[in-house]
Design a protein around this ligand. Structure first.
Ligand SMILES: [Zn+2]
Length: 168
């Protein structure tokens, strides 16, 4: 690393600390030639996560879009914003561990459903119905049948407004 003042390459690290929530290392350096101090950062290389869509095209993973879809499924449900945020973080972490390969969009949908299922059944069924990841319409009906009367109304109320049911 060259000194920005004198261009010399010899320097010593005088301070090291992590920053940005442990995702970066910040180093304070001192030039051995002119004594000026400068800062360098070391980051984990961000590799974009590629999603393989059903039509065969690929798209970069869009965190915002995924969060929005989860928000729609969780509308008026007792799922906190921070629960949704940590759900996204866990999914993103799992996906980036597989970076370099294309991940099928259906796989991402499954991860969301796995995370929603224990959190809120209504949100889970809503999500699954929008993303048509139930194997068939019969399976969807089975899940709806498992819900109690009030939950069923909540699923159906939202479906009529914003969602579409899987076609059989
Ligand atoms: Zn220097």
């Amino acid at each position: 690393m060259r000194c920005p003042e004198c261009d010399a390459t010899e320097n010593k690290v005088v301070d090291t600390r992590t920053s940005r929530g442990g995702r970066a290392v910040r180093r304070r350096r001192e030039c051995l030639v002119c004594d000026s101090r400068f800062t360098t950062y070391e980051y984990i290389e961000e590799r974009p996560i590629q999603i393989l869509k059903r039509d065969g095209s690929t798209q970069e993973f869009d965190r915002k879009k995924l969060l929005n879809s989860i928000r729609v499924a969780c509308a008026k449900r007792p799922v906190s914003a921070s629960a949704m945020e940590s759900m996204i973080e866990a999914i993103e972490d799992a996906l980036s561990r597989q970076a370099g390969v294309e991940i099928e969009s259906g796989k991402v949908g499954e991860m969301v459903m796995d995370a929603l299922r224990p959190l809120d059944r209504v949100a889970y069924v809503r999500y699954a119905s929008v993303y048509r990841n139930f194997q068939d319409a019969g399976e969807f009906q089975e899940f709806v049948a498992e819900l109690d009367h009030r939950q069923r109304q909540e699923v159906q109320a939202l479906n009529q407004v914003e969602l579409t049911l899987p076609s059989s």
